[in-house]
Design a protein around this ligand. Structure first.
Ligand code: ADP
Ligand code: MG
Length: 366
């Protein structure tokens, strides 16, 4: 009845722990929940990929973690802990509590850079301002960082203005800027989407390298499963602002527990398998104002039955009982695979225990 048997990982205090994160957009009668009850953990030096179609709430999740929600968007509930310390979402401490500990790389490498200053000056600004380092040391550090992120001839290039660099180089500069504050966690929102494929691969390698060598934990948002497979130990799959599945990347991608994950996988073009025809998921992401009851994916799901409109099936953590299952119980070593396949999950919502998703049943039966 269960997926692959998982060994309980060695537990340490996660560097980033998110629980119950709920974000709303709009006001009054036009207020809608865009992120609902999202929770996950990332260990030091670990990497989590957050995937889902465009509009599934990935960016708002990262922005909430970063304390950078746009106007009209609010974190309603939830706790974000960095190395055990809860971070406020707003107010004067929202920035100071994150400074030098949490950094973010955005999708568009031009928007994060100031056109009128050299890239070296912009990178140097971070150690000077955030870490209080003297100007000369900061400039030296900037060159070191630009070298670290693989910018060729960093002394000379540090004198360049953003428009004089290619998109891939600008993205490297942004990663250097993010690393300049010596964060424990790097949040990356589709950092390679604007780049062409070969440059994309280089930037991914860079992020992986940074993670391994500097021990920086990485949260990597992408709509591209091939990309997350390459860089992430763990995955969280989002649909309509909800997590529908979390687990080790290999488990989630090779044995998806949620039909939505299967749909994302089936939509991928596989260059190694010319017989595989990509199939897009029918229908579209629902409007936030009209998220279906029960399993939010059921109107688009080929395995759906009437039950699916009634309650959220308890497959949310089928692939993983550790991550995000959180909420106080870490479940260390007690994750005996067995009994009824619902284990000890405490966070199954809507009293939906017992509502079966036909998809994992079908897969495990066959
Ligand atoms: P993703 O990054 O997964 O593509 P987002 O987190 O950007 O998705 O958006 C999730 C939902 O929130 C979408 O329906 C989007 O329209 C809505 N949304 C995002 N930003 C805003 C905003 N500033 N104001 C109102 N709604 C927003
Ligand atoms: Mg986005």
């Amino acid at each position: 009845m269960n997926g692959p048997v998982l060994k309980a990982p060695v537990l340490e205090v996660p560097v980033l722990k998110v629980s119950g994160l709920t974000v709303s957009v709009g006001r009054g009668a036009r207020r809608h929940v865009a992120v609902q009850d999202v929770g996950f953990e990332v260990p030091a030096g670990g990497s989590l990929g957050v995937v889902g179609e465009s509009g599934s709430g990935k960016s708002l999740t990262l922005r909430a973690l970063m304390g950078l929600l746009p106007p009209g968007v609010r974190a309603e509930r939830g706790v974000v802990e960095l190395a055990g310390e809860p971070l406020p979402f707003t107010g004067p401490r929202a920035r100071s509590a994150r400074r030098g500990r949490l950094a973010m790389v955005f999708q568009d490498p031009l928007s994060g850079l100031d056109p009128v200053h050299t890239v070296g000056a912009q990178v140097a600004e971070v150690p000077r301002r955030v870490l209080g380092q003297p100007a000369v040391a900061s400039r030296r550090r900037a060159v070191e960082l630009l070298r670290l992120v693989g910018l060729p001839d960093p002394e000379r290039r540090s004198q360049a203005f953003p428009h004089q660099l290619s998109g891939g180089m600008r993205q490297r500069v942004l990663i250097a800027m993010a690393l300049a504050s010596e964060p424990k966690v790097l949040l990356c929102d589709e950092p390679t989407t604007a780049l062409d494929v070969t440059v994309q691969a280089q930037v991914l390698e860079l992020l992986d390298d940074v993670r391994r060598r500097l021990g920086v934990a990485v949260v990597f948002v992408s709509h591209d499963l091939a990309v997350v497979r390459q860089v992430c130990d763990r995955l969280a799959v989002m649909y309509t602002g909800r997590l529908v599945e979390t687990g080790r990347s290999a488990d989630v991608l090779d044995h998806p527990a949620h039909p939505y994950t299967l749909g994302l996988l089936e939509a991928v073009v596989d260059l190694d398998d010319v017989d595989h025809m990509p199939v897009t998921i029918p229908g579209a992401l629902p409007d936030l104002a009209h998220v279906p009851s029960g399993c939010p994916f059921h109107p688009r799901c080929r395995f759906a039955s009437e039950d699916c409109a009634q309650g959220v099936p308890p497959f949310r953590y089928l692939n993983d009982r550790q991550w995000g299952a959180g909420e106080g119980s870490d479940g260390e070593g007690t994750d005996e695979e067995g009994s009824d396949g619902e284990g000890t999950d405490e966070e199954v919502t809507d009293g939906a225990r017992g509502t079966a998703c036909k998809y994992p049943e079908r897969v495990t039966a066959g």
